[in-house]
Design a protein around this ligand. Structure first.
Ligand code: UT7
Length: 317
């Protein structure tokens, strides 16, 4: 059994932080960030928590789907920056929207939404679950080192969500984890145990950009190619690719490896930067609401991130 997407929703905070704003905080420039990353501005939460943003995206997805919160059978939220470890972000959203179903969080860093969507598809295939809300939500600004110019210029806050049910849209998926690399890590925090002999890292994003970059280009292209081969289509038959909005050069190199024009890749990196697990669902929601999708379109979604990990799927609209 496969799934179909009934509705999508997204939310980004109002506060805009431009590259020029950042160049007054760390040694960087609009020119460097635009050319090396592709971000012009990002949204940064001032007062809104990750669950505030997730709640708004969830309501929008439910409204688009025509599904009431009471009829949800499951909520899965992907996040690395939940307001609390427990209750989970999903549990907070469940309470806020007035749902009564089981709800849990899942972490596969920036690939998290793809892992959550595939997990939701597996629950539906198992039977007994009809309507599932899948969320990617991050207040990643809370765990950035705002003195580290190699990370703080890349990311932004936001949330995206989809409501799914049994159907036949989900043609293929691919999940990948390479646990041998610590190129992208977020230590869980120091605590104040008097018993630890070794220093434990602080709760901040730490990244080896070049290693992550190389992994990303290879994985995005390989994952898409493998899924296309599996379902017997050529990559040219893909109408759209909705990639993780991490770096415009990664997207460009992925397009070249696949031999696809860049116009097929949906992009909003210039406006939002990398919103981690919210990146793909925010982008997908914008694509859906743009009215550009036609029945039968083949859409690949793909993401990568800490783990290192990557996740991708192909759906038929
Ligand atoms: O969801 C997953 C998230 N992670 C990613 O997607 C990361 C993927 N990697 C990247 O996007 C890129 O590697 C970065 C954007 C992080 C860095 O770009 P790069 O072209 O790989 O730069 P680099 O690390 O090779 O650094 C080149 C130079 C260095 O200076 P020197 O040593 O050549 O003098 C850096 O210190 O650029 C410098 N640099 C900056 N300069 C101005 C690094 N960050 C900045 C900055 N502004 N913000």
């Amino acid at each position: 059994m496969s799934i179909q997407i009934l509705g999508t929703g997204a939310y980004v905070p109002e506060h805009v932080v431009t590259n020029d704003d950042l160049s007054r905080m760390v040694e960087t420039s609009d020119e460097w960030i635009t050319q090396r990353v592709g971000v012009k501005e990002r949204r940064i939460s001032v007062n809104e928590s990750a669950s505030d943003m997730a709640e708004k995206a969830a309501f929008r997805a439910l409204e688009a789907a025509g599904v009431s919160p009471e009829s949800l059978d499951l909520i899965i939220a992907a996040t690395v920056s939940a307001d609390t470890i427990c209750p989970s972000l999903a549990a907070t959203v469940q309470q806020r929207i007035g749902a009564h179903c089981p709800a849990f969080d899942l972490n596969s860093a920036c690939s998290g939404f793809m892992f959550a969507l595939d997990t939701a598809a597996a629950f539906i295939a198992r039977g007994g679950y009809q309507k599932v809300l899948v969320i990617g939500a991050e207040r990643i600004s809370r765990i950035l080192d705002w003195t580290d110019r190699s990370t703080c210029v890349i990311f932004g806050d936001g949330a995206g969500a989809v409501v799914i049910e049994p159907g036949s849209q989900y043609l293929a998926s691919k999940l990948f984890t390479q646990g041998t690399s610590s190129a992208l890590s977020i230590p869980a925090g120091k605590g104040n145990s008097p018993f630890y002999e070794k220093e434990v890292g602080d709760y901040r994003v730490v990244m080896n950009g070049q290693e992550t970059f190389k992994f990303a280009v290879r994985r995005l292209a390989d994952d898409i190619k493998e899924m296309c081969d599996r379902i017997g289509i050529t990559t040219e038959e893909l109408t759209w690719v909705v990639p993780h909005q991490a770096n415009i050069r990664i997207i460009d190199l992925c397009a070249r490896r696949l031999g696809l024009p860049l116009e097929k890749f949906y992009m909003n990196i210039d406006r939002y930067g990398n919103t981690s697990s919210a990146s793909v669902p925010i982008s997908f929601d914008e694509l859906v609401r743009s009215g550009k999708l036609k029945k039968g379109d083949l859409i690949a979604m793909c993401a990568f991130g800490g783990g290192l990990s990557s996740g991708a799927c192909i759906i038929k609209w």
